[in-house]
Design a protein around this ligand. Structure first.
Ligand SMILES: N[C@@H](Cc1ccc(O)cc1)C(=O)O
Length: 606
C-alpha cells in the first residue's frame, strides 16, 4: 500500500478511544457555572484574535471553501464578523413529510454540523407544526394531506433519525480531532411545541402588520401557482410567517441569529429575517435594532445536480434515503461509490469532515490510479458512517469487497436466512410492536417511492437487497430476462436480454457439493442459454442471487404464488421503449442497457 493509502487508512480506522481531547471525561463539567462562562468567553476571544490576525480561518471562509455556501442574506462582511465575534446559534429546519431525511437534506445539515464542531450552538428543528401547513417553496402543486397517523409516524422516525445523526456527528468530531469547544451546544427542537400556542391575534397584529406583501407575492413559487388553475391556499401562502415565527422563538430562547437551508429556502429565510425584526420591534428586546451583532443572517447551500443534470439524490426518480430500513448501508455505499471522478473531490468536501489536506492526499492517490477509486470509497464509507454509524460503514465496505472480489462473508446458513440475510449471519433483532409498525410504515413509504421494484425487506446490513419472487417466475422462465425484470434490476425483458447478451449480468452458481467453501459466492456471467431454475440455491428457503454492474444486487427469495399475492406484492411492470424490438447495433445496445457507471463496468470486465 502506498504511503498516502496508509495515511488515509490510519485516519479512517482511528477509533474514539484514540481521541486527541486531553479532557475526555469533561472535567469542565465540574467547574462552576460562572467559571465555565468566563472560560467560554476567554476561549472565544482568543479564537477571534487568531482569526483577525490571519492565523486561523473564519467559520464563514471554511464553509465557503467546502462549497457549502450559495447565497448569503444579511451581508457577507457583517456575518463573517458576527461569526468571528460570537458563538451564535444557527438552525436548520426540516418538515417531516416522509419517514426519513434524504441526501438532499445533508448539505445544510453539514454546514450546521461544521458550525457545531467549531463551537456554535446548532439547532436541528423538526417542523412538526409547519408540516401541517406544507411549505409551497419550489413546488408547482400543493402537497397531499397526510393523515394524523402518518404524520405521527414520520415525526417519530425523523426525530430518532436526527438524534442518531447527531451521535454520529459527535463520533466523527472525535475522530477528526475537533477540539471539544465548551461553547458548543446542540438541540433537536419540535416546532409544534410553540406554534400551537401562538395566539392568532399576535400573529396578525405583530407579524402580519409588519410584513410586506410585495416580497411575498413576488416569490417565483407564488407567482407560478397564482397563474395556474388551482391557485394557492391562504395557509400555504402564510407558511413563511410560521417559519419566521420559529426563528423568532429560537432567537429569543437560544440566541439563534442564523438560519441555513437548501437553495429553495432563500425566500423563507428572508421572510424570517423580516419576521424576527418585526417581533423585536414589538417585544421590548434590549439593544439597538440596527446593531449588526444582534441581527439575523441566512445562508443557502447549493442545489446539487448529477452530471446528467438530474436533481442530486434522486436515483431513477427515487430519493436516496438516509434511513437504513429504506435504503441499506450497502446501497447507500454503492450510490456514492458510483460518483464520477469529475465530481468526487467536490463531494468529499461537501459530505465529509476530512480536512482539505487529507482530501488532497486522497485525490493524489486517486489520480495515480483512478481504477482503484480510492476517493469514491472514502466518500461512500464516510457518508454511510455519517448516516448509519461507524459499524455500518465498515460492514458496507466489507460486503462490497467480498461481493465484488468474488468472496463473501455472507453465510448461506439457516440462521442467516431465517428473517433476513445479514453479513455476519446474525438474525435481525426482535422488534417491539411500536418498532415493527414504524418499520412497516417506512418500508411502505419506500415501496411507494419505488414503484418499479418489489418491496424491500428489513434486515440489518443488507436491507433493500432482498426481494420476494413467486417461485413460478423462476420455474417457467426460459432465460434470465424475466427474473432480472421481476427483481427490479431492469425495466423491460428486452433490456434484460441485452444486458445478458453483453455479459453484464451475473448470477450466483449454487454449490455443487457440501465440501465447497460456503463463504465463497461463485459468480458467473449470465449466458443467454442459462435457465433460472438451474440456479436456485436451496437451503431452508429457496433463492436466486443476481446482480448487474457492481452495485445492483438482488437476493430473490422464492415463495409460493399465493403467498406472494397475499403479501399484496405485484411484479414490476415492463416499461418498453418505443421501437425497442427493432434490431440494434452494438453501439445502440450499449446505450439502452441500464446504466452502469463506466468505471464500474470497466472494472468488472477486468
Ligand atoms: N420549510 C422548510 C422546513 C422548515 C420548517 C420550519 C422552519 O422553521 C425552518 C425550515 C423546508 O421545507 O425545507
Amino acid at each position: 500500500m502506498s504511503a498516502v493509502g496508509r495515511l488515509l487508512r490510519r485516519k479512517f480506522h482511528r477509533t474514539a478511544i484514540n481521541r486527541a481531547d486531553p479532557d475526555p471525561w469533561g472535567s469542565q463539567a465540574r467547574l462552576t457555572f460562572a467559571a465555565q462562562k468566563a472560560n467560554k468567553h476567554e476561549a472565544w476571544a482568543e479564537n477571534a484574535r487568531k482569526i483577525k490576525a490571519g492565523n486561523r480561518k473564519s467559520m464563514l471562509t471554511l464553509l465557503e471553501e467546502r462549497g457549502l455556501v450559495k447565497d448569503i442574506a444579511g451581508g457577507r462582511q457583517a456575518l463573517n464578523n458576527l461569526l468571528t465575534e460570537k458563538p451564535i446559534g444557527a438552525y436548520v429546519g426540516v418538515d417531516p413529510t416522509a419517514p426519513s431525511l434524504h441526501v438532499g437534506h445533508l448539505l445544510p445539515l453539514m454546514a450546521l454540523f461544521w458550525m457545531y464542531l467549531h463551537g456554535y450552538t446548532a439547532v436541528t428543528l423538526l417542523g412538526t407544526g409547519t408540516v401541517r401547513i406544507g411549505d409551497p417553496s419550489g413546488r408547482t402543486t400543493a402537497r397531499s394531506r397526510q393523515s394524523e397517523n402518518e404524520r405521527e409516524q414520520n415525526c417519530t422516525a425523523m426525530r430518532l433519525q436526527l438524534k442518531r445523526l447527531w451521535q454520529n456527528v459527535i463520533a466523527l468530531g472525535v475522530k477528526h480531532e475537533h477540539k471539544n469547544h465548551i461553547s458548543r451546544e446542540r438541540q433537536v427542537l419540535l416546532n409544534h411545541t410553540w406554534l400551537e400556542g401562538v395566539p392568532a391575534m399576535d400573529l396578525v397584529t405583530k407579524l402580519g402588520s409588519e410584513m410586506r406583501l410585495g416580497a411575498m407575492l413576488a416569490k417565483d413559487t407564488v407567482r407560478t401557482r397564482l397563474e395556474g388553475d388551482d391557485g394557492m391556499s391562504l395557509s400555504e401562502f402564510l407558511y413563511p410567517l410560521f417559519q419566521g415565527y420559529d426563528w423568532w422563538h429560537q432567537y429569543k430562547t437560544w440566541g439563534v441569529q442564523m438560519q441555513l437551508g437548501g437553495s429553495d429556502q432563500y425566500g423563507n429565510i428572508c421572510a424570517g429575517m423580516e419576521a424576527v425584526d418585526a417581533m423585536r420591534r414589538h417585544e421590548d428586546i434590549p439593544g439597538d435594532l440596527n446593531d449588526p451583532l444582534k441581527a439575523t443572517y441566512g445562508i443557502t447551500t447549493p442545489l446539487l445536480t448529477t452530471p446528467s443534470g438530474e436533481k442530486f439524490g434522486k436515483s431513477a426518480g427515487n430519493a436516496v434515503w438516509l434511513d437504513k430500513d429504506m435504503m441499506s448501508s450497502f446501497d447507500l455505499y454503492q450510490y456514492f461509490l458510483s460518483t464520477p471522478d469529475t465530481h468526487v473531490e467536490r463531494y468529499l468536501k461537501l459530505f465529509t469532515f476530512f480536512p482539505s489536506d487529507e482530501i488532497n492526499l486522497a485525490m493524489r492517490a486517486q489520480e495515480a490510479d483512478p481504477s482503484k477509486r480510492i476517493a469514491q470509497h472514502l466518500l461512500a464509507k464516510s457518508v454511510v458512517e455519517l448516516a448509519h454509524g461507524a459499524n455500518a460503514a465498515v460492514e458496507a465496505e466489507q460486503v462490497h469487497k467480498s461481493i465484488f472480489a468474488g468472496r463473501s462473508t455472507i453465510t448461506f446458513d439457516k440462521s442467516a436466512l431465517g428473517g433476513s440475510i445479514t453479513s455476519r449471519g446474525i438474525p435481525a433483532p426482535q422488534l417491539s410492536k411500536e418498532q415493527a409498525s414504524l418499520l412497516e410504515h417506512k418500508l411502505r413509504f419506500a415501496g411507494k417511492a419505488k414503484p418499479s421494484s418489489t418491496a424491500a425487506e428489513a434486515g440489518d446490513g443488507l436491507t433493500g437487497l432482498t426481494v420476494h419472487l413467486p417461485e413460478s417466475v423462476v420455474q417457467s422462465a426460459s432465460d434470465f430476462s424475466q427474473v432480472l425484470l421481476a427483481a427490479g434490476l431492469v425495466s423491460s425483458k428486452s433490456a434484460g436480454r441485452r444486458l445478458i447478451d453483453s455479459r453484464g449480468a451475473y448470477v450466483v452458481v449454487p454449490r455443487s457439493s457440501d465440501t465447497e467453501d460456503k463463504n465463497i459466492l461463485n459468480w458467473s456471467p449470465i449466458e443467454p442459454q442459462h435457465t433460472p431454475k438451474d440456479f436456485v440455491i436451496q437451503h431452508s428457503e429457496r433463492f436466486v442471487v443476481v446482480r448487474y454492474g457492481k452495485s445492483k444486487l438482488r437476493i430473490c427469495r422464492l415463495i409460493d404464488e399465493w403467498k406472494f399475492k397475499r403479501k399484496g406484492r405485484v411484479l414490476p411492470e415492463e416499461v418498453e421503449m418505443q421501437g425497442e424490438t427493432a434490431p440494434q447495433s452494438e453501439q445502440e445496445q450499449k446505450k439502452t442497457v441500464p446504466s452502469v457507471p463506466e468505471a464500474e463496468s470497466a472494472e468488472l470486465r477486468r
